[in-house]
Design a protein around this ligand. Structure first.
Ligand code: NAD
Ligand code: MG
Length: 392
């Protein structure tokens, strides 16, 4: 068999960079076929020069033209493609075997769906796409015969603890426990949270990540999105999903089986482990992660999240129990709120408040969730409402 041809969507990001690192360790197994970026054209250029993929995708024509000229001058054969249509085209190309979905936010939904329908190995880091797409996304995976592999560390952990045969999952699982680090504000006085800055919120104790997911980790909305993600990936009811704070980020999540046997996956906190597993499943390849030395780990501790400190977490269950489409509303409102917080237009505590407000104002109906077009329209409506609720 030939090498697996991989497209890395969101190649300039944190997950994208970690994916390129794992790929470069195994040139005999993997071939980088396509990359994409939203901005950071210089970083994308460096990636193309180093890895020489067949395609590179940028959102705008002017940036794409200048990249194409620079690559040509450097003797790099990469062809530069433009726009969201090109992302879809790459995701479903017969010359691509596997897609790493590492775009941040709902913007990643269309290429994810395209990869799902085209029956690709779909390595999903972009949890927002599943939170927005929900049942629709899972249908596309089933109909396209895609292999959906979680990259989020918690979901990779659960996946690694479950039987290979997914048909056995319902009879295996009593419930799952998603672990959370608790982020940078785990022990901070909740009454002081309104004043925290974007840089404080992005200073994660255990993981280096993009700014959006870093803020989501600080509010624990990230764990909320992961609860929704887990529901779809593992076909669970909302009350089969529990969240525990585990500040050391060594136990990446657990499955509690019907017989009350508890299976956990452990390791150093390094995203290259779930990335390598998604690339090599059902086999394993070296990831570059360092060895877990439990002698150096003082203790492993677990605690229940404090709802007063982390109101965003409860909103995820509320959205899951609401009408279909509510999780898309939650996600859109959260993306607007996080952008506003990063731009210093909204206090940290305003994020969960804004999401709750938008959820209370917009209750989706069946007509809002019939197609990707409907979902994107619902997403746009939720964003518009969120913007009107924002302070000026
Ligand atoms: P990041 O901000 O570091 O990178 C995001 C990537 O997406 C960049 O390449 C950027 O150019 C691209 N992008 C941004 N907006 C875009 C748009 N509108 N259209 C097309 N491309 C766009 O983010 P990240 O930390 O790598 O996270 C990526 C995804 O993986 C997120 O969904 C996140 O929740 C998920 N994830 C990340 C981690 C992590 O450790 N970083 C862990 C688990 C899950
Ligand atoms: Mg995670």
């Amino acid at each position: 068999m030939g090498r697996m041809r991989v497209a890395v969507l969101g190649a300039t990001g944190s997950i994208g960079g970690n994916t390129l690192d794992v790929l470069a360790r195994h040139p005999d197994r993997f071939e980088l076929q396509a990359v994409s970026a939203h901005s950071q054209v210089d970083v994308l250029e460096a990636i193309c020069r180093q890895h020489r993929p067949k395609w590179a995708v940028l959102p705008k024509a002017d940036a794409a033209q200048s990249l194409q000229r620079a690559l040509q001058a450097a003797g790099c054969p990469t062809e530069v493609l433009v726009g969201p249509e090109a992302l879809v085209q790459v995701a479903q190309s017969p010359e691509v075997d596997a897609v790493m979905a590492a775009i941040v936010g709902a913007a990643g939904l269309a290429p994810c769906l395209a990869a799902a329908r085209a029956g690709k190995r779909l390595m999903l880091a972009n949890k927002e796409a599943l939170v927005v797409g929900g049942a629709f996304f899972m249908r596309a995976v089933a109909e396209g015969g895609a292999m959906l592999l979680p990259v989020d560390s918690e979901h990779s952990a659960i996946f690694q603890c479950l039987p290979l045969n997914a048909r056995a999952w319902p009879e295996t699982i009593d419930h799952i426990v998603l672990t959370a680090s608790g982020g940078p504000f785990r022990q901070r006085d909740p009454d002081s949270l309104h004043a925290v800055t974007p840089d404080e919120a992005c200073a994660h104790p255990n993981w280096v990540m993009g700014r959006k997911i870093s803020v989501d980790s600080a509010t624990m909305m990230n764990k909320g999105l992961e609860v929704i993600e887990a529901k779809w990936l593992f076909h669970l009811a909302p009350d089969q999903i529990q969240v525990l704070i585990h500040p050391q980020s060594i136990v990446h999540s657990m499955v509690v089986c019907r017989d009350q046997s508890v299976l956990a996956q452990l390791g150093t906190p390094d995203m290259r482990v779930p990335i390598a597993y998604a690339l090599s499943y059902p086999n394993r390849v070296a990831s570059g992660a360092s060895r877990l030395d439990l002698r150096q780990t003082a203790s492993l501790s677990f605690e229940a999240p404090d709802p007063r400190r982390f109101p965003a977490l409860q909103l995820a269950w509320a959205a899951l129990r609401g009408p279909e489409g509510s999780t898309a509303v939650l996600n859109a409102a959260n993306e607007v709120a996080v952008d506003a917080f990063l731009a210093r237009r909204l206090p940290f505590t305003g994020i969960a408040a804004l999401v709750a407000e938008v959820l209370s104002r917009l209750s989706p109906s069946a007509a809002d969730v019939g197609s990707v077009g409907d979902l994107m329209a619902l997403d746009a409506r939720a964003r518009a409402i969120a913007r009107t609720v924002l302070p000026n």
